[in-house]
Design a protein around this ligand. Structure first.
Ligand code: DSN
Length: 415
């Protein structure tokens, strides 16, 4: 045996250890990135377990390798728990990422050249929903609907008219930057009207759906995809749920269709995460995520921020900074310098490029998980306003950074 096999990370690679330590300290700051959250100790233990060593191509009890009895057990657990959490007929827990889950659904459901109708990327859609620079838009033809210019929300009649015009084979609902409830029932009606399949990509809101804080698409969608690392608070990865009639095609599309060996350590962590999502404690956290988001929206609104759709129903807020004469890029940079991490984001009908943007996306999952409540959201919202009222002032940023540090020390993430 190579002697280095038993040496610690500190001995083998201090530079990597140092970067991990620095990242741990960075995560003690205020994180408002809507697509991120924090994983529990239990999830992280499973992620770093010896299950990473195992090849297990195939599915539980039908593998192409020997020695799969333990990984079979965790994959069975993950599937059984996910079915229970969401009430789904069939679950595949092997997709490595949300994009790969979506690509697997298209592979199962479509033929090359078929049409995908989804939300315009700059209105809150996603690259893997048929966008031309993604494989989903190269193999299939992406067509798009938008939010209404007047209200900033999805209007049934507008989407229906667009669906009748496009006649897609599949419609995608579920978004990366939509602050309102996704109307799954209405999407089912639209899909039926034009004879299309319906895919609900609930990556952002899965934890809210699991907790009953956002309506579930299970009764309405043919396929549901989600990542497991956003509001579900699990490991970085994804899963697909579908109706029983699509089960075989989905499983074949994931493996051998577009993936090889599943990441068994991550599947073990997904099993843990689904167990955590069944608890009443987690339900309370998700309820608080939405309360916090509404509190933050109200403070931002009181400070003159123009919120897309006027507010929020979920874990995120989208603010259009045009009325403040700021770009999203400048806001992201100056807030970052003040210890508040969030991301620039296009807003519907944005005139700025995606690397500049006119907006910011503000999400409450990470701050809520560490115990912050509405009063802390009011504080953070007022700091955002303070920094952005004079974004180039080092003095303001330093003052806010000190206040951020003092607040965060009361809500430590890693004790
Ligand atoms: N990158 C994710 C987000 O930030 O919403 C979506 O994949």
């Amino acid at each position: 045996m190579d002697v280095s096999f038993y040496r610690s990370l500190a001995e083998v690679d201090p530079r990597v250890l140092e970067a991990i330590g620095a990242e741990e300290r960075r995560q003690e700051g205020i994180n408002l990135i809507a697509s991120e959250s924090l994983t529990s100790q239990a999830v992280r233990e499973a992620c770093s377990s010896v299950m990473t060593n195992k090849y297990a191509e195939g599915y539980p009890h039908k593998r192409y390798y020997g020695g799969c009895e333990n990984v079979d057990l965790v994959e069975d657990l993950a599937i059984e728990r996910a079915k229970k959490v969401f009430g789904a007929d069939h679950v595949n827990v092997q997709p490595h990422s949300g994009t790969q889950a979506n690509l697997a659904v298209y592979l199962a459901a479509l033929k090359p050249g078929d049409k995908i109708l989804s939300m315009e990327l700059s209105h809150g859609g996603h690259l893997s929903h048929g966008y031309k620079i993604n494989e989903s838009g190269k193999i299939y033809k992406g067509e798009f609907y938008t939010v209404s210019k007047e209200t900033g929300v999805i209007e049934y009649d507008e989407v229906l008219a667009r669906a009748r015009e496009v006649k897609p084979q599949i419609i995608v609902c579920g978004y990366s930057a939509y602050p309102r409830t996704v109307p799954f029932k209405e999407f089912r009606e639209i899909a039926d009207d034009v004879g299309a399949l319906l895919l609900a990509d609930i990556a952002h809101i899965a934890g809210l759906v699991a907790a009953g804080v956002h309506p579930s698409p299970v009764r309405y969608a043919d396929y549901i995809t989600t990542t497991t690392h956003k509001t579900l608070m699990g490991p970085r990865g994804a899963m697909i749920m579908c109706r029983e009639e699509h089960a075989k095609d989905v499983d074949r599309a994931v493996f051998p269709g577009c993936q090889g060996g599943p990441f068994m350590h991550i599947i073990a962590a997904k099993a843990v995460c689904f167990k955590e999502n069944m608890t009443s404690e987690r339900k309370k956290v998700m309820e608080q995520v939405v309360k916090n988001s509404k509190a933050m929206a109200s403070t931002l609104s009181d400070n003159g921020f123009d919120l897309v759709s006027g507010g929020t129903d979920n874990h995120l807020i989208l603010a259009d900074l045009s009325n403040k004469g700021l770009t999203g890029k400048l806001a992201e940079e100056s807030l970052g310098a003040a210890g508040i991490t969030l991301n620039k984001n296009t807003v519907p009908y944005d005139n700025e490029k995606p690397f500049v943007t006119s907006g910011i996306r503000v999400g409450t999952p990470s701050v809520t998980v560490r115990g912050m409540g509405e009063s802390e959201m009011n504080l953070i919202g007022s700091w955002i306003s303070e920094v952005l009222s004079d974004p180039s002032s080092e003095k303001v940023r330093d003052k806010v950074k000190a206040e951020v540090g003092s607040l965060c020390s009361k809500f430590p993430v890693y004790k």
